[in-house]
Write a protein that binds this ligand. Structure first.
Ligand code: NAD
Length: 349
């Protein structure tokens, strides 16, 4: 069965093309989502380098207003200007919209070279506090201090998100990752909050905890032992890149930033300026982020269809981008995924 029209009402979604390779990837992803059977009305708003010149800021108010109005955004990567005085758009967006959960699935794909072929991990990273709270200062001239903030409320909220995700997606186990043996108060509080939340899911979702250094080693040696991981901000940032590396790298790592009243879906990778405008970069990560968006909007079948079509095209290996050993451009890869959606994933090509 091809992609059927499954939604009568068009979903209004904010589309931020972004910088560097962003616009090409966003266009490829928009075309695939339009072919998924769900109807979209795209509200395109600019953020990043272009708006520094036109608006004097990389994050104009109209971008935040648009996401607040629509509740959902698909975002291309944005270059963080070094030393320009502007804060990272990505960090500002997460804080301004209260996007407290960073969801980063890592799943092996046939046709993507990696050490393992059976990885299926979900990384849930707390997105608002920890060392990313941005509270740091010099102590005299030769020392600097960064403050690590961990609260019970934010820790329980992210643990609940991880357990609810596990329940909703048929996962078996949640592992809390921490360094409570050394940071007894801050990471100790995170672990305690996870244990409190875990008690409410006893008998349904298994719970365990791991110290972060041991977790990294275990993920490299025995990734199949793990399922959903929940982590404070900094460990989440690092461990999710490790997990992306386990399944073949940045080109295929999707992500979502989710809050109470909004969600922004984006690839883990950045704007790769050296490939900008060349129709060369791999749009898989943003397309898979688009599939996460479909699931978030309540279309699990359309999401599974897009994921399967991407997997089929990559497994076949004929119309893939340079990083996957092919010679297709960004838009040809999108054409291949759309062709696959039309015949139905899983069917012979
Ligand atoms: P990057 O992810 O942009 O690129 C690193 C390298 O990875 C590239 O040179 C390329 O070889 C490869 N790569 C990345 N994405 C690819 C894709 N889709 N297809 C094929 N190859 C791909 O990392 P960087 O060079 O460190 O960062 C560039 C800019 O992006 C910086 O300004 C950084 O701040 C920004 N950034 C933005 C986000 C975001 O918007 N969420 C995330 C990370 C980095």
């Amino acid at each position: 069965m091809g992609a059927a029209r499954i939604a009568a009402m068009a979903h209004r979604v904010t589309l931020i093309p972004g910088d560097g390779i962003g616009p090409e990837l966003a266009e490829a992803t928009r075309r695939v989502l339009d072919a998924s059977g769900v109807q979209f009305e795209w509200e395109v708003v600019d953020a990043g380098e272009a708006t520094i010149a036109s608006h004097g800021t990389p994050l104009p108010d109209e971008v935040l207003d648009s996401i607040r109005r629509n509740g959902v955004a698909l975002k291309g990567p944005i270059t963080t200007p070094v030393g320009s005085g502007f804060r990272s758009v990505n960090v500002t967006l997460r804080q301004a919209l209260g996007l407290y959960a960073n969801l980063r699935p890592a799943r092996s794909m046939n046709g993507v070279q990696s050490r393992y072929d059976d990885i299926d991990l979900i990384i849930v990273r707390e997105n608002t506090e920890d060392l990313y709270a941005g509270i740091e200062h010099m102590v005299g001239r030769d020392a600097a201090e960064s403050i690590k903030i961990i609260t019970r409320a934010a820790s329980e909220r992210i643990a609940r998100f991880a357990f609810e995700y596990a329940v909703a997606n048929g996962r078996r186990k949640v592992t809390a990752v921490h360094k409570a043996n050394i940071m007894k108060l801050s990471d100790g509080l995170f672990l305690e909050a996870c244990r409190t939340v875990a008690a409410g899911y006893e008998g349904r979702i298994e719970f365990e905890d791991r110290i972060v250094d041991n977790m990294c080693m275990q993920l490299v040696q025995k990734p199949d032992l793990y399922d959903v991981l929940v982590l404070p901000n900094l460990y989440g940032d690092i461990v999710s890149d490790l997990a992306a590396g386990l399944v073949g790298g940045l080109g295929v790592a999707p992500g979502a930033n989710i809050g109470e009243s909004g969600a922004v879906f984006e690839a883990v990778h950045g704007s790769a300026p050296k490939y900008a405008g060349q129709n060369k970069a791999n749009p898989t990560a943003l397309m898979l982020s688009g599939a996460l968006m479909l699931r978030h909007l309540g279309y699990p079948e359309a999401a599974a269809g897009v994921e399967a079509a991407i997997r089929d095209v990559i497994a076949e290996g004929k119309r893939v981008t340079y990083d996957l050993g092919g010679s297709a451009g960004t838009s040809e890869f999108a054409d291949a995924v759309i062709d696959r959606l039309a015949v139905g994933a899983g069917a012979p090509a």
